[in-house]
Design a protein around this ligand. Structure first.
Ligand code: ADE
Ligand code: ZN
Length: 337
């Protein structure tokens, strides 16, 4: 990638729609919070913890990710973690972010739901960024557990805009959560789900048909099914693609094998996201630089990715249009050269 192209993707206005806030917890903050809360970690130092970030698949990552999250105990811990992410996002010219959080990871350890939601929400309210929250259910747990989690979160209904589905994908298909998603739909919550990351294209189909999701998180395996790919393109179903995550978790061996360009060529509303930036080697702009370095992507792709990120956002139409206009104005300066 040229120096100019690098600056263009770094400085362009963008939205981030796939970021797990617990995945933004940097090793340094893990150690600070462990000390503050008297939690003993299995690793003697920041460097030893970081050295353990050598993943072979999704599960090998999730085991370390849940261990890292165990240092979060108090409302202020959730605030500090979220404030740190929002600062990084702002530096990457993120204008709007929709943040996933995993309440079951914390409530199972006795942390009150109020402290989880209020801490994350207060940091969003204090930030100049536009930010919304999406509560994710852990799919390796039961649907009953998800329903109980939803009930516990409903007193804070005004503080999150939607629900998602994450954690170990294979063996936990979307249909396992059909009832709780139907309830969320009745409550007016926006619906998303991880599907087609490690799981087969059939999981993308059941996420659409049985959960009635409005975005697919990851979804990169859709290309294995041409009819599904055509369907996703025709309905303009967004895919929140996470390039560094996909290579770190071996969905693709190397960045040059990533299918982002094929997804765009198929007319899919794909965009770039960081997933778990503290674990996968970088925040949103690091993902843009990595994927633009490895693939033959140019100015038109950058423009499309930025537009797609706002098109796929859960924002009121006028706000969305203002962001899209900002993107088009930004790119009009380069289209003439
Ligand atoms: N939780 C955090 N990151 C995840 C991912 N990439 N897939 C599934 N669950 C997750
Ligand atoms: Zn994810």
């Amino acid at each position: 990638m040229t120096t100019q192209m690098r600056a263009i993707v770094q400085n362009m206005p963008k939205a981030e729609l796939h970021i797990h806030i617990e995945g933004s917890l940097e090793p340094e903050l893990i150690f600070t919070l462990a000390e503050r809360n008297g939690v003993t970690l299995a690793y003697p130092s920041v460097d030893a913890l970081r050295a353990a970030y050598a993943f072979t698949d999704l599960q090998s990552f999730l085991d370390i990710y849940y261990a890292g999250a165990s240092v979060l105990r108090k409302e202020q811990d959730f605030y500090d973690m979220t404030a740190a992410y929002l600062q990084r996002a702002q530096a990457d010219h993120v204008r709007h972010t929709e943040i996933f959080f995993d309440p079951q990871t914390h409530t199972a350890r006795g942390v009150p739901m109020a402290d989880v939601i209020n801490g994350i929400h207060r940091a969003c309210a204090d930030s100049p960024l536009s930010a919304s929250l999406i509560l994710c259910f852990l799919r390796h747990l039961s649907e009953e557990d998800a329903i109980a989690t939803l009930e516990a979160a409903l007193p804070y209904r005004d503080k999150f805009i939607g629900v998602g589905l994450d954690s170990s994908e294979v063996g936990h298909p979307p249909e396992k959560f059909a009832r709780v998603f139907a309830r969320c739909r009745d409550l007016g919550l926006r619906l998303v789900a991880h599907a087609g990351e490690e799981g087969p294209p059939a999981y993308i189909e059941t996420a659409l048909d049985l959960l009635k999701v409005e975005r697919i998180d990851h979804g990169v395996r859709c290309l294995e099914d041409p009819a599904l790919t055509r369907r996703l393109a025709a309905m303009r179903m967004p895919l929140t693609v996470c390039p560094l995550s996909n290579t770190k978790l071996r969905v693709f061996d190397q960045m040059r094998d990533h299918n982002l360009l094929q997804l765009l060529d198929a007319g899919l509303v794909a965009m770039v996201n960081s997933d778990d930036p503290a674990y996968f080697g970088g925040y949103l702009n690091d993902n843009f630089v990595a994927v633009f370095d490895a693939l033959p992507l140019g100015l038109a792709h950058a423009h499309q990715l930025a537009r797609n990120s706002f098109e796929a956002a859960f924002l009121p139409a006028p706000e969305k249009q203002r962001f899209l206009d900002e993107v088009d104005t930004y790119f009009s300066a380069f289209n003439v050269v």
